[in-house]
Design a protein around this ligand. Structure first.
Ligand SMILES: [Zn+2]
Length: 204
């Protein structure tokens, strides 16, 4: 008999930490622990994804974007959310590790960038604007891809880090600290846990 799957944990969207320092990093950090066998996905259903987008700024106040209706459209959205997050994580992790990114990750981001550009038009004000028909649940994913592009093409990409908690975190963040020695996604979570473990170890 297969082991029973645990129901997903529904921590409140308002309680989800945004410690990445950028939208695209907070998006890949919607997996609570990248090393867990059974991951806690903060945005496992369309309503939670939309709520998280509003909290993180992937959807701006007043934008008419809601979770889709209908089982197949909802499932399709979540497949796209998971795929972009997976590939974006692979792409950013490759930057941190100094290795060539996986080809399928680059292709995935590339496709989202093309969608994002095709969804915008140049306005009379000289700025790019989302077209009226772009306001649906896929817009935030396009915005996240654009943010990732802006990051990897920017000198601040050198500040990309992975949380030093390699047993139960794996979050990515930008180290904007003065001395460039930030190790943890957040001191009050992973940093404190590390200090507690070290404190409990017998002193020799
Ligand atoms: Zn961490």
């Amino acid at each position: 008999m297969l082991p029973q799957k645990r129901p997903p944990i529904s921590r409140p969207i308002a309680a989800i930490r945004l410690d990445g320092g950028r939208l695209c990093l907070d998006f890949v950090n919607t997996i609570h622990d990248h090393y867990a066998e059974q991951v806690e996905d903060y945005i496992f259903q369309p309503e939670r994804f939309i709520d998280w987008c509003m909290r993180s700024g992937a959807i701006l106040p007043g934008e008419p974007i809601a979770a889709p209706e209908g089982a197949s459209r909802r499932a399709a959205l979540m497949r796209k959310v998971r795929a972009l997050r997976h590939h974006l994580h692979a792409l950013l992790a490759s930057r941190i590790d100094g290795v060539t990114p996986p080809e399928d990750a680059v292709q995935c981001i590339d496709q989202w960038l093309h969608r994002a550009w095709a969804s915008q038009s140049l306005g009379l004000d000289g700025q790019m604007h989302w077209r009226d028909d772009a306001y649906h649940a896929l817009l935030p994913l396009q915005r996240i891809a654009l943010d990732a592009l802006a990051l990897i093409g920017d000198p601040s990409a050198l500040q990309l880090r992975r949380c030093a908690n390699t047993s139960s975190c794996g979050w990515l963040f930008l180290d904007t600290s003065k001395n460039q020695r930030r190790r943890w996604c957040a001191m009050e979570t992973c940093g404190t846990a590390f200090k507690m473990r070290r404190y409990r170890q017998p002193h020799t």
